[in-house]
Design a protein around this ligand. Structure first.
Ligand SMILES: NC(=O)c1ccc[n+]([C@@H]2O[C@H](COP(=O)([O-])OP(=O)(O)OC[C@H]3O[C@@H](n4cnc5c(N)ncnc54)[C@H](O)[C@@H]3O)[C@@H](O)[C@H]2O)c1
Ligand SMILES: [Zn+2]
Ligand SMILES: [Zn+2]
Length: 344
């Protein structure tokens, strides 16, 4: 059997090839992949070959937001069978270290995460994965919605860590995929006013469509606008989904006294020059998040019962055979691409 695969072979270079068929261990399942989301981190590796200390060695397989159909199961697997429609949580933690054993498996230092060097991703026809990190999706959910469970889990984790509750005002800087899923999560957790800032009109329009008030940060100061909209009170929770000094600073400035700031953005290696005085005089709580833990079932249920319409952020769909074009378009056409997905 062949396993058609797309390899990144250099900066902004991709080639189609054949990978060996994956092998499954007794606790694994083999999956025929059906949909893969193109994530900001995939595009970052595609453009620059690195994120922080993670450096790609070519050839490298991108893609970590994925859904498909189980086609074979290992001898010990009881929760899944051939033919099940599933989505896959891309990080496989060691389940032996202190972080894993205390329930913070997303912080495992030995995690093997798809498309994070040195581990290849899923832009293949077939992949194997532990059954414990493979989740059934119901028939009313598409494979693309299954693939988007991954970014949605980040938005849910950000809102959980920020303690977003009914009636609150949530301010979000950055309206890329992560900002938009955070907006949807905040709404689902009960936030009644959500303010989203970005500089790209198409993304701001999408945020408005999803119920947010938007601020074009090329024209207006985000924090000033949040203060104006809240009558000088500020946001209960401010969430940075961009990762730059001015965006973190805007969150610190627009959070209300005793409010919460959550940093999701990893864009800049170093954030400096922001006003730490704000953290002291407002008694802010500042948290960071890394990926998610135990949130796949929540995300699947929220999508399946229609509470979160995650597919509404998809702006571009590509066929698997057109994966090379998908990466070129998502990289070059940033003004128009909100979220790209590859459908097999
Ligand atoms: N913590 C985690 O586990 C985690 C997981 C996934 C992604 N991330 C990070 O989250 C961030 C967002 O991811 P994404 O995929 O949505 O990226 P993205 O690049 O698609 O979106 C970022 C958005 O921020 C906007 N932006 C940049 N500067 C701004 C400014 N000054 N004011 C307002 N908006 C501004 C950009 O226009 C863009 O739309 C990235 O830094 C990514 O690395 C973190
Ligand atoms: Zn992703
Ligand atoms: Zn571990």
């Amino acid at each position: 059997m062949s396993n058609k695969t797309f390899y990144q072979t250099g900066l902004e270079k991709m080639e189609v090839g054949e990978a060996p068929m994956p092998k499954i261990g007794p606790d694994d399942v083999m999956i025929k992949v059906q949909s893969v989301g193109v994530c900001g981190s995939d595009l970052h590796y595609y453009r620059t070959g690195e994120i922080g200390s993670f450096k790609v060695k070519f050839p490298f397989i991108l893609g970590h937001e994925a859904a498909g159909v189980v086609c074979e199961t290992g001898a010990n697997v009881k929760n899944l069978k051939a033919g099940d429609r599933v989505c896959m949580e891309p990080g496989i933690p060691c389940m032996k270290c202190e972080e894993c054993l205390t329930g913070h498996y997303n912080l495992c230092r030995d995690v093997r995460f798809w498309a994070t060097p040195p581990y290849d991703g899923v832009l293949s026809e077939y992949v194997s994965h532990p059954a414990a990190f493979t989740f059934k999706i119901p028939d009313n959910m598409s494979f693309t919605e299954g693939a988007l469970v991954e970014p949605l889990a980040i938005g849910l984790h950000a809102c959980n860590m920020g303690g977003v509750k009914l009636g609150q005002t949530v301010a979000i800087v950055g309206a890329g995929c992560i900002g938009l899923v955070t907006l949807m999560a905040a709404k689902a957790y009960g936030a009644t006013r959500i303010v989203v800032g970005d500089m790209l009109d198409k993304r701001l329009a999408k945020a408005r469509e999803l119920g947010a008030v938007t601020v074009n940060t090329a024209e207006e100061d985000f924090a000033d606008k949040v203060m104006e909209l809240t009558g000088g009170r500020g946001a209960d929770v401010a969430i940075d989904c961009a990762g730059f000094t001015p965006t973190v600073d805007a969150c610190l400035r627009c959070a209300k006294p005793a409010g919460m700031v959550v940093i999701v953005g990893l864009g800049a290696a170093k954030v400096d020059g922001f006003n730490t005085d704000m953290m002291s005089t407002k008694e802010l709580t500042v948290k960071s998040i890394f990926r998610y833990r135990n949130l796949y079932p929540t995300a699947i249920n929220a999508i399946a019962d229609g509470r979160i319409d995650v597919k509404s952020i998809v702006s571009h769909r590509f066929a698997f055979d057109d994966t090379i074009e998908a990466f070129a378009t998502c990289t070059k056409d940033i003004r128009n691409v909100v979220k790209g997905v590859i459908e097999y």
